[in-house]
Design a binder for this molecule. Structure first.
Ligand code: UD1
Ligand code: CA
Length: 489
């Protein structure tokens, strides 16, 4: 680690619990907000504090959680909790993995994702300045349901924490809650955790017993009251997951607004923490900017657009579009109503228009696929215009084949390109053509049989119909030299 490492700090993240209230097959700490698992946000925050060590306590769905932890923070150490349940036991096993450590242990929960490094630095600084054996983060909330309550003595100092399920009526009424975030001197934990019992409503070893034990042993326990209670919100059920996700998103949107991004409707704009936007991007309502998406300066995205792992270049416009793993270069336009699937690469100034689906295809600079098309497994050169209704038939029931279209090709409406097939530079195709064979450079390809008009067919075969009547009238008027038909009425 770099020399900014705080060698007196170890972070322990609790992530072994089952998260019963989520009613989910997925471990709670792997549920996502802002494009990352809950525990990923906590790991990011821990990382920002540059501690000597980060330990994550795991047990429920151990391997799945371990994989996500290692992906988010390769330097984190995993510690397995045994069958003894409770947050106290979780910290006890973590401590066993820090045998020689004598600094401060910051305990975080894998299900409290909104805490920021600034708030934690302040907690740590207060703890170190005050010389307490432990410092808890507390918050005063309107509805303390589910949290441990902070019980203070007559002098106003923290006396102990009581869990809701073990609290009497007077304690339940307390609105100062334990945020589940604490700093302990390592020695304080080493002394008291082994003595924490399981004689409580949940039959667990509570970490929250330790502050009371410290007080009884004559040590000081400090509390740091946070002003913004939202940073302490924990996720225990799906309603809280949505609420915390919304708060994170509001924070993300605001951050980009302050960086120069216009967001017309923050409430319907969702931006993952992993996305990046440049100044003077405009985001219109109901737009989702997800995963590793990047948006270049001056681009306009939305309304009603979802971008997953996309790269949008400067000044590009993307309207009412669903796109995944696509590159949209500078000044290109997409939509409305476009569907860009993985491997779509639209070069500078190009266009993917209305009701167009693309996949695994490159569209060259300035080339346009404006209307009603499916373009799959295709390479299109520069300056191309595909007529409305262009379809690449890339799949022959067995395998996918490529269509290659050169530069400056203009095709007629409603063409089918039966792959594998190549259209040479500068070639043209007629309306309705089904292109099964390669078209040489500069050729005009026609595949529709020449049109044949059978004169008088309607009057002969459909006599007495309205069509026959108007046709007869048109023909006699034409004979009388009244000028070209079709310009009347
Ligand atoms: C805990 C606190 C409570 C506090 C609240 C704040 C205890 C006993 N209670 O309650 O005072 O107000 O957090 O959010 O600590 N975990 C383990 N191993 C276990 C049990 C839990 O690692 O054996 C982990 C969970 O995965 C979770 C965290 O510890 O990330 C908290 O556990 P949870 O069951 O959610 O505790 P709360 O009931 O929320
Ligand atoms: Ca919790």
């Amino acid at each position: 680690m770099s020399d900014t490492t705080d060698h007196r700090l170890a972070v322990v993240i609790l992530a072994a619990g089952q998260g019963t209230r989520m009613r989910s097959a997925l471990p709670k700490v792997l549920h996502r907000i802002g494009g990352r698992p809950l525990v990923g946000h906590v790991l990011d925050t821990a990382h920002a504090l540059a501690p000597a060590d980060v330990l994550v306590v795991v047990r429920h769905e151990r391997d799945q959680v371990a994989e996500a932890v290692t992906e988010a923070e390769p330097a984190a150490r995993l510690v397995d909790q045994d069958e003894i349940p409770g947050t106290g036991r979780a910290v006890e096993v973590a401590l066993a993995a820090l045998p020689d450590f004598s600094g401060d242990v910051l305990v975080l929960s894998g299900d409290v994702p909104l805490l920021d490094a600034g708030t934690l630095s302040a907690l740590l600084a207060g703890h170190r300045a005050g010389g307490a054996a432990a410092t808890l983060m507390t918050a005063v909330v309107d509805d303390p349901t589910g949290y441990g309550r902070v019980i203070r003595d007559a002098a106003g100092d923290v006396a102990r924490i009581v869990e809701q399920k073990d609290a009497d009526d007077a304690e339940v009424a307390v609105r100062e809650i334990n945020a589940g975030v604490y700093v302990f001197r390592a020695e304080a934990l080493r002394t008291h955790l082994p003595a924490v019992g399981t004689d409580n409503a949940q039959g667990e070893k509570y970490l929250t017993d330790v502050p009371g034990m410290l007080r009884r042993a004559g040590d000081r326990v400090a509390a740091s009251l946070v002003s913004d209670v939202t940073v302490t919100y924990g996720v225990n059920d799906r309603a809280q997951l949505a609420e915390v996700g919304r708060l994170l998103n509001a924070r993300t949107v605001r951050r980009w607004q302050l960086e120069g991004v216009t967001v017309m409707d923050p409430a319907t704009t969702w931006i993952d923490v992993t996305a990046t936007l440049e100044p003077d991007v405009t985001v219109l309502p109901n737009t989702h900017i997800l995963r590793a998406t990047t948006i270049g300066a001056g681009a306009v995205v939305g309304p009603d657009t979802s971008l997953v792992d996309c790269e949008v270049g400067p000044r590009a416009t993307v309207r009412r579009t669903d796109a995944t793993l696509a590159v949209i270069e500078a000044d290109a336009t997409v939509g409305p109503f476009a569907y860009l699937r993985p491997g779509t690469y639209l070069h500078a100034g190009g266009k993917i228009g209305t009701f167009v689906e693309t996949k695994n295809s490159t569209i060259g600079a300035g080339s346009k696929v404006p209307h009603l098309s499916y373009i799959g497994d295709t390479t299109i050169g520069t300056g191309v215009n595909l007529g409305a209704g262009a379809i690449t038939a890339n799949y022959d029931d067995l395998t996918k084949h490529r269509t290659e279209i050169g530069d400056e090709v203009h095709t007629g409406s409603h063409n089918v390109f039966v792959a594998p097939v190549r259209i040479g530079d500068g070639a043209k195709t007629g309306a309705g053509a089904v292109i099964r064979k390669d078209v040489p450079a500069g050729a005009l390809a026609l595949s529709v049989a020449p049109q044949r008009n059978v004169a008088g067919w309607v009057e002969k075969n459909r006599p007495g119909t309205k069509a026959a009547d108007v046709a007869a009238r048109a023909r006699s008027a034409q004979k009388a030299g009244d000028g070209p038909q079709g310009q009347e009425g």
